[in-house]
Design a protein around this ligand. Structure first.
Ligand code: EPZ
Length: 417
């Protein structure tokens, strides 16, 4: 029987817990090691399923990997293969992040097309359009993107929509291109900013990272670097909601409060008392949450990766809330499972109407994707009675032993063997 999380709900969570480093910053940072023959060391790599997949992928491309505790050093003194196999890419879409660095450094890449996932179709057309603008020849052969270029050449790229990994892929590609590249409508997520910091430490010339217009002066070669990854704002947000949904008092440390400003605003609207320090946030809730309306959007807007967690909180609100998911077309898979716990939520396309109930009842539920699984755990710690969350391999992709962190705050939660 695959592992499950067993939760006895109803305990107000209290205490302090530290955020881990961000999965969505660690993944592009690891891929960036492909850009140089010198060692790239990340000092605080989280122990996650997706990180292990990325390290395995890099090794198939020729990387040497050494790990010491949380430190990981990746050295690609030579690209041994330009092929990112379907077996790996199909388990983790972020594998597409090797495409830009491989073409830029090695002149060719064969990366399996990621295909869709539980939350949406998720095409990579903007990645390919940008690489073509930089002079790469792009073809789709037998389910693989084949990209070739003797040397990429700087270009003016305007993406049709804001794409996080698309921006990251093009930043890495342009770093070694001949001449200057401008990316307009670029993503401004903190993870993009963190990649910019690493690339700069590797000798790249970037301007405007963190804004919608990024300018990159290509250089001939990049060197190694040592980098500390930015804290995980989504994990931090999830832990704050855990405090709020159990009417508890939780302080999350080792985080960047500005990275969760939109989430804190919504929590305050729900009546959660929020206190902010230089690198911590405290959430206290004594009462039933108030309803609130949420529209997801690219940073600095409300993150889609926190939609399921806030929906779960609003499911207990004293009134009706409206959520609009604008980023992914199929990101309400958790609704049916929350309904098994007594939630009253209806959806129509991108809109969900949440009519709050006074309590969730414990029940066996099934995770469908990473953030949906976090939402089910939150419903479980808030609920009355016992909840069993299955398919938690989804959770382990992006949360570092969440049960240990919640347990440290007083939750009655354990992983079945
Ligand atoms: C990143 O995915 C994150 N993943 C996602 O986190 C996050 O939900 C998402 O950004 C949005 O914030 C990583 O960083 C590894 P997008 P990404 O390209 O880059 C469409 C999690 O839970 N699009 O910004 O794949 C796309 O379909 C994960 O940790 C195109 O149409 O997302 C989506 O509707 C889930 N063509 C929208 O744009 C493209 O070429 C935004 O996607 C690219 C994207």
């Amino acid at each position: 029987m695959p592992a499950r999380l067993l939760i006895e709900g109803g305990v107000p969570l209290k205490g302090e817990v530290a955020a881990s480093a961000a999965k969505n910053a660690a993944l592009p940072a690891l891929a960036a090691a492909l850009l140089t023959p010198e060692p790239v060391t990340l000092t605080n790599v989280p122990d996650l399923g997706d990180i292990r997949t990325m390290l395995r992928l890099l090794q198939t491309l020729g990387a040497g990997v050494t790990r010491r505790g949380r430190e990981a050093t990746v050295t690609v003194d030579q690209v041994a293969s330009d092929r990112a196999p379907y077996e790996l890419v199909s388990t983790m879409r972020a594998s597409v992040l090797v495409l830009g660095p491989l073409v830029a450094r090695h002149g060719s890449a064969r990366v399996a097309l990621p295909g869709g996932c539980a939350i949406g179709v998720r095409p990579i057309d903007q990645h390919l359009k940008g690489l073509a603008a930089l002079g790469a020849e792009i073809a789709i052969e037998n389910g693989y993107v084949v990209a070739r270029a003797r040397r990429l050449v700087g270009a003016h790229i305007v993406t049709d929509l804001v794409t996080v990994t698309g921006t990251e892929n093009l930043m890495m590609a342009a770093a070694l291109a001949e001449g200057t590249t401008v990316i307009e409508n670029a993503a401004c997520e903190p993870e993009v900013g963190d990649l910019g910091a690493l690339l700069t430490a590797m000798g790249a010339r970037l301007h405007g990272v963190g804004t919608a217009r990024i300018e990159i002066e290509g250089v001939r070669a990049l060197h190694g670097a040592v980098h500390r990854i930015v804290p995980d704002r989504i994990e931090a947000g999830t832990l704050l909601v855990a405090g709020a949904i159990t009417c508890g008092d939780v302080r999350v440390t080792d985080m960047v409060p500005a990275h969760v400003a939109a989430v804190l605003t919504k929590l305050a609207e729900c009546g959660v008392e929020i206190e902010v320090g230089p690198s911590w946030v405290r959430a206290r809730a004594g009462d039933r949450p108030r309803p609130a309306d949420i529209v997801t959007s690219p940073f600095p807007g409300f993150p889609t990766d926190m939609q399921a967690q806030l929906m779960t909180l609003l499911g207990l609100a004293d009134g009706q809330s409206k959520l609009t998911e604008t980023i992914f077309e199929n990101r309400y898979m958790h609704v049916a499972e929350l309904a098994r716990m007594g939630a009253r939520i209806s959806t129509e396309g991108p809109v969900a109407i949440v009519r709050g109930v006074t309590a969730y009842q414990g029940a066996p539920v099934m995770a469908s994707d990473l953030r949906a699984s976090a939402a089910l755990v939150l419903a479980g710690v808030a609920g009355r009675g016992r909840t069993e969350v299955s398919r938690i391999y989804h959770l382990d992709r992006g949360y570092e032993r969440l049960e240990d962190k919640l347990g440290a705050l007083g939750a009655r939660i354990e992983r079945s063997p």
